[in-house]
Write a protein that binds this ligand. Structure first.
Ligand SMILES: NC(=O)c1ccc[n+]([C@@H]2O[C@H](COP(=O)([O-])OP(=O)(O)OC[C@H]3O[C@@H](n4cnc5c(N)ncnc54)[C@H](O)[C@@H]3O)[C@@H](O)[C@H]2O)c1
Length: 315
């Protein structure tokens, strides 16, 4: 089975490669934007392709060579923050890049299965929205990232209608795990606490926002196992939420970080500047549809994930 992962050097891609390598029959191919960001990943050099998915010629050439059976399309401009600073890049990568890929696949391997990753950002969620959020929930584009993911999903819908490609679309909720950038709240707090562990004379106090908000966090190792099951068993044309189906508060997160720290004097203090009146109090995925086709449920607890993140950061 030939498997292609786009965005293979990203946070999810690296963990997906680890998970797929356990199946000996898999021949794994990787698209990376820049080979320099792909260090310490054990894949044969001839299966790693430097491809900018916005470059249609580049995409066609490489898809013609590989002709994959399954594609995990993870490549994206994945930051909401950057989408405000560079909307054109966001639309170019997330829409044009996806269309280039789907077009090339429809030409060279027209019955390939494709797992296309969207986001919970696509949902219209307000501070008091009833939870959990099902796939039928109203959609909205509140930032350029979410608009690009909505468009990606809609464009894929046309390929589902007009080609033999089998496309399974995902709306993923928050992931956590080792290797995630510190612009996200959990790795940010973990890294601050670890630096406090090294500076014992420094006061161990984190400045935090609203710690009552609850989010649906899933360990990236569980996410990639879920993606593998969805690529096998998901129904083409369908859209699936991917999340744990459980929400945990940021206060819980802080307690777990505190428990896992080598310092016993970790405290936190609410910084008024970090409070937003419109904070969405809870975000939780309705995962009944996902479970009905995959039988998947997460193995790692929030404690496991935070312990893992902190251990990896200390190395
Ligand atoms: N991490 C999360 O919490 C989360 C949640 C919901 C959805 N998602 C989605 O899951 C997917 C994977 O997320 P991630 O956290 O691994 O993101 P990431 O930003 O870590 O990885 C994305 C990868 O895409 C590559 N890329 C960017 N532009 C490219 C281009 N023009 N050509 C080729 N490659 C390009 C980047 O180099 C990077 O390696 C993305 O589609 C993201 O939007 C992630």
């Amino acid at each position: 089975m030939k498997i292609l992962i786009t965005g293979a050097a990203g946070f999810v891609g690296r963990h997906l490669i680890d998970a797929l390598k356990c199946f000996k029959e898999n021949e794994i191919y990787a698209f990376v934007l820049n080979k320099n960001e792909f260090q310490n990943v054990e894949l044969p050099a001839e299966r790693i392709f430097q491809v900018d998915i916005t470059n249609i010629k580049n995409v066609y050439e490489k898809i013609e060579i590989i002709r994959p059976d399954i594609v995990y399309h993870l490549a994206a401009q994945s930051s909401v923050g950057l989408s405000w600073k560079n909307p054109a890049l966001t639309y170019n990568v997330n829409i044009t890049g996806t269309v280039n890929l789907l077009e090339a696949l429809s030409v060279y391997c027209n019955d390939a299965r494709v797992l296309l990753i969207g986001s919970a950002e696509q949902y219209d969620v307000k501070y008091d929205t009833e939870q959990p959020i099902a796939e039928s929930h109203k959609l909205v584009g509140n930032n350029h990232y979410s608009v690009s993911k909505l468009a990606q999903e809609a464009a894929a819908g046309l390929f589902i209608k007009n080609t033999d490609l089998q496309i399974i679309r995902v709306r993923a909720f928050n992931h956590i795990g080792a290797g995630q950038e510190t612009k996200f709240v959990i790795p940010d707090w973990c890294s601050q606490v670890i630096s406090m562990e090294k500076n014992l004379h420094k006061e161990a106090c984190l400045a935090v926002g609203n710690v009552k908000v609850r989010r649906d966090f899933t360990d990236v190792r569980d996410i990639v196992n879920c993606y593998i099951l969805l690529a096998q068993n998901g129904v083409s044309g369908e859209i699936y939420n991917v999340g744990s189906g459980v929400s945990r508060s940021l206060e819980d997160v802080l307690e777990i970080i505190k428990k896992n720290s080598t310092r016993n004097d970790i405290k936190w203090k609410v910084d008024e500047n970090k409070l937003r009146p419109t904070d969405i109090m809870e975000l939780r995925a309705d995962v009944r549809k996902l479970k009905s086709v995959t039988g998947w449920s997460p193995k790692y607890s929030l404690d496991d994930s935070i312990q893992w993140i902190m251990e990896e950061m200390r190395k």
